[in-house]
Design a protein around this ligand. Structure first.
Ligand SMILES: C[S@@+](CC[C@H](N)C(=O)[O-])C[C@H]1O[C@@H](n2cnc3c(N)ncnc32)[C@H](O)[C@@H]1O
Length: 255
C-alpha cells in the first residue's frame, strides 16, 4: 500500500459528505443504534451507561452523532475528523441540538492531542476502517488514561473477502485472500469507487492488540436481523443473515 490513504480518503469524504447530511440529521435525533442494520444500544452496549464527567473522543466522527449520544450520557466530548465538509455538518447539528461538543479537524492517526487525556474512545466506521490499524490504535492507546476503554465497530473481514474485485455486493464466494489481509483499495473498482480501507485477520487483530498492550474485553460479530430485506451499503441482507458483515471490539488499557 503506497497510496497516501489519508488524502485519498479525505478527498472521497469531501465529495461524499452531502450524502451523509440526511443520515446524520436522522441519527442525531435518534437513540444510539449501530452499524448498517441499526442494532439497538440495548443489545450491544457500546457505550458506558453513565458517562458523567468522563472525557470521551470519537476518532473519525463524521457527522458527529456518536459524539452527540455520548454528550447526552454526560461526557465531555471531542470529535475529530479529517474532512472539513463532514465537520460542517457535525457543527451545524451540534448547534441545532444545543450540544456542547468540540469538533476538531485532524487525522485520527496523529491527533496532536495530549497523552492520557481521555477515559473513553470510540470509532464507528471512522478510524476503525479508514486508518492503518497499527497507527491509529497506538494513537488511541496514547490518548487513553490507564483504565480507559476503546470500542470500535467496522466491517467484518469476511465481508471484504466475499466482495468481488469489481466492487459488486458481497456474495457467498471467497474472492480475496484472507491470510495476511491488510484491507482493500476501492479507488479503481468498477462499481462505486471510494477510498482505501483497512482490516486484518482476526488472529492479526489479536496480535496487534497484544503488541500495543490492549486487553480484549469483548468481541462480537454482527449479522443482519431476520426481518431485514434488500441491501444496505452494498451488503445484501440475505448474505448478512448467514455471514457476519460487521465486527465490534471492546478493548481496555490496563491500569
Ligand atoms: C462513515 S463516516 C463514520 C463516522 C460516523 N459514524 C458517521 O457515520 O458520521 C467515516 C469518517 O471517517 C473520516 N476519516 C477518514 N479518514 C480519517 C482520518 N485519517 N482521520 C480522521 N477521520 C477520518 C471521514 O472523513 C468520515 O467522516
Amino acid at each position: 500500500m503506497t497510496k497516501d490513504h489519508i488524502s485519498t480518503n479525505r478527498d472521497v469524504w469531501q465529495k461524499d459528505a452531502e450524502n451523509w447530511v440526511a443520515p446524520g440529521e436522522r441519527l442525531w435525533a435518534s437513540d444510539p443504534r449501530w452499524g448498517i442494520w441499526g442494532s439497538p444500544e440495548a443489545d450491544l452496549k457500546l457505550l458506558p451507561e453513565d458517562m458523567t464527567g468522563k472525557d470521551a473522543i470519537e476518532l473519525g466522527c463524521g457527522t458527529g452523532y456518536v459524539s452527540a449520544w455520548m454528550a447526552r450520557l454526560g461526557a465531555r466530548v471531542t470529535g475529530i475528523d479529517v474532512t472539513a465538509a463532514q465537520l460542517d455538518t457535525a457543527r451545524r447539528l451540534a448547534q441545532v441540538h444545543g450540544a456542547d461538543i468540540t469538533f476538531l479537524e485532524g487525522d485520527a492517526e496523529a491527533t496532536g492531542l495530549p497523552d492520557e487525556s481521555f477515559d473513553f474512545a470510540i470509532s464507528e466506521y471512522g478510524a476503525a476502517i479508514w486508518c492503518r490499524p497499527e497507527v491509529w490504535l497506538r494513537e488511541a492507546w496514547r490518548l487513553l488514561r490507564p483504565g480507559g476503554r476503546l470500542v470500535f465497530l467496522g466491517n467484518h473481514p469476511l465481508s471484504i473477502i466475499c466482495t468481488p474485485m469489481n466492487g459488486a455486493p458481497c456474495e457467498p464466494v471467497l474472492h480475496r485472500r484472507y491470510r495476511d489481509m491488510w484491507g482493500a483499495d476501492w479507488t479503481d473498482v468498477e462499481i462505486d469507487p471510494s477510498g482505501v480501507t483497512f482490516n486484518l485477520t482476526i488472529t492479526d487483530w489479536f496480535a496487534l492488540f497484544r503488541k500495543i498492550g490492549f486487553a480484549v474485553v469483548d468481541y462480537k460479530e454482527l449479522y443482519a436481523p431476520e426481518p431485514v430485506k434488500g441491501s444496505q451499503d452494498f451488503v445484501p441482507a440475505e448474505w448478512a443473515k448467514n455471514y457476519p458483515n460487521e465486527q465490534v471490539w471492546w478493548l481496555a488499557k490496563p491500569m
